[in-house]
Design a binder for this molecule. Sequence first.
Ligand code: IMP
Ligand code: MG
Length: 178
Amino acid sequence: MHPDLDKILLTSDEINARVKEIGAEITRDYQGESVLMVGILRGAVVFFSELVKNVDLDVRFDFMVVSSYGSSSVSSGEVRIIKDISQPIEGKNVLIIEDIIDTGNTLKNLKRLLLTRNPKSLKICSLLDKPSRRKVEMEGDYVGFTVPNEFVVGYGLDYNEKYRNLPDIGILKPEIYQ
Ligand code: IMP
Ligand code: MG
């Protein structure tokens, strides 16, 4: 275990098994359709990479970089688009791939923005969900695991851009971020 972790919450084996299930669910739900899978950089990269291998459909990839605060690029509502999807989404099935739903602000605002572009459908797939922290109403259509109100890292999730490469998801020692 990484020395900065208090404990492992989800092992890479547990995560990958669940990711297989979600991939199968997506494959069933979109049968006969094409899907534009949009990964939210950078946290969703590891999840995205594992998930797409388990989706047996006509899939295209795209990526976005968004921020709920800070100062960059075009601001739309509460969400700042730092890098937008590189194609029109009108009439397409769009599936957003995110690492975690925390307060819900990012995805709620992103969803509102993308809906103005008239996709055929728009769904959210998040590896983790921390419902105890929710500030706005926001539910993922596909959720891997519900996690407690702790700061978690690994499998793409970071603290100050560190720990994204850890294969497991763990709880960071409080002294690391206090
Ligand atoms: P929201 O707008 O509050 O839902 O923010 C979601 C974003 O906050 C995620 O995409 C993560 O980048 C970050 N985040 C929230 N909770 C955690 C955590 O426990 N570990 C790492 N990143 C987190
Ligand atoms: Mg982050």
